[in-house]
Design a protein around this ligand. Structure first.
Ligand SMILES: [Zn+2]
Length: 355
């Protein structure tokens, strides 16, 4: 089922030229008291006022869309919290709170904001490398998608995916739910996803889908510099679909056992403008991105002129060094290691979360 040009994301993007997405979910919820190891999705029913505050903060900072608190809301991940039987309920609640916030914003300011139903990875490895079958993955994503649809999400937003098999399963589930969708991958391993996908590979994969996304792109990963190199990798393939850039606020660093992000609002403002110059039209932040960053990004995108496609040197000068010398898209045979990351193939994503 192909997307039509009338899905709400495409319509809003055409009207506004570019869209500011939101920032981190996890980082903001930790600041509200969520403990490491807790399931954030349970807060959709146990602490709904905090989830509303999370969504409202993004809207008030100028976001044109925000993601629901449902990243880990699939049966496989919720099973870790004994909540695998609550997929529909928790996703419906995540989206319903979002609907409430978006409708209130429209009523009070006249500004339309989209509710994007977040769908993260299952946390399992798919066949043939792992044991999760395609049919089971589709069923899990579909169950989540139906909950988000029932709650009133405008669009589904698949994110932080590493495996092409999982991306395809999510695409199928979105078709079953009859919902338009966006899908981003996390390029966190020297320019590739943990499962070895390059930016160029992703463009080819997306173009072959029976149910292609309304937009595609990259989220999370390492730092903002790496993410923009991935965006340049997408645009080098001249994709026909809009590109999403949702980079972390600076570089993750361990400080006293915690992961912290060092990106300032000024850095994220520069990142946002550079992301647009790289060719992204839906721009937000991922881990570490707070309302103060979003506000700076909004102001920069609204006031600074568009520039030329930046060079890699310009990105490094503005945002800092890349985490790897190359991003895996170079022609084969150049003498560097471009093989699959076999050492990671059997690992789960573990506790790593978006936001
Ligand atoms: Zn992230």
């Amino acid at each position: 089922m192909a997307q039509t040009a009338t899905d709400p994301l495409t319509t809003l993007l055409q009207a506004r030229g570019f869209l500011l997405a939101d920032g981190a979910t996890g980082t903001n919820l930790f600041n509200m008291g969520l403990m490491s190891g807790d399931a954030p999705e349970l807060w959709n029913v146990e602490q709904p006022e905090k989830i509303e505050a999370l969504y409202s903060a993004a809207v008030e900072a100028g976001s044109d869309l925000f993601l629901t608190n449902s990243f880990g809301g699939n049966a496989s991940r919720l099973k870790l919290h004994g909540a695998e039987g609550r997929v529909r309920e928790l996703n419906r609640a995540a989206a319903a709170l979002g609907r409430k916030v978006a409708d209130a914003a429209l009523a009070s300011t006249g500004r339309k904001v989209l509710v994007a139903g977040s769908i993260g990875p299952t946390g399992e490895i798919m066949e043939p490398m792992g044991s999760l079958t395609h049919d089971r993955a589709v069923a899990m994503f579909h169950e989540q998608a139906e909950g988000l649809k029932e709650g009133g999400a405008d669009i589904l937003w698949v994110e932080t995916i590493s495996a092409p098999e999982e991306y395809r399963a999510a695409a199928e589930a979105c078709a079953l739910a009859g919902m338009p969708w966006v899908g981003t991958m996390s390029f966190d391993t020297a320019g590739r996803t943990m499962m070895g996908v390059t930016s160029a590979d992703m463009v080819k994969m997306v173009d072959k889908l029976a149910n292609p996304p309304a937009a595609f792109g990259a989220n999370c990963g390492v730092g903002a510099s790496d993410l923009l190199r991935t965006i340049l990798g997408f645009t080098a393939q001249a994709p026909e679909r809009p590109i999403v850039a949702k980079g972390n606020a600076g570089i993750p660093k361990y400080v006293e056992g915690e992961i912290v992000y060092d990106g300032t609002p000024e850095l994220m403002a520069d990142y946002a403008v550079l992301a647009r110059d790289c060719g992204a039209s839906i721009i937000g932040g991922c881990c570490g991105t707070m309302p103060v960053h979003l506000r700076a990004m909004r102001a920069a995108l609204d006031t600074r002129p568009r520039g030329e496609r930046p060079s890699l040197d310009a990105i490094v000068a503005a945002l800092g060094a890349f985490s790897s010398a190359r991003d895996g898209t170079e022609a084969p045979g150049c003498g560097h290691d471009h093989g699959p990351r076999a050492g990671n193939a059997g690992g789960r994503r573990g506790g790593r979360r978006r936001g």
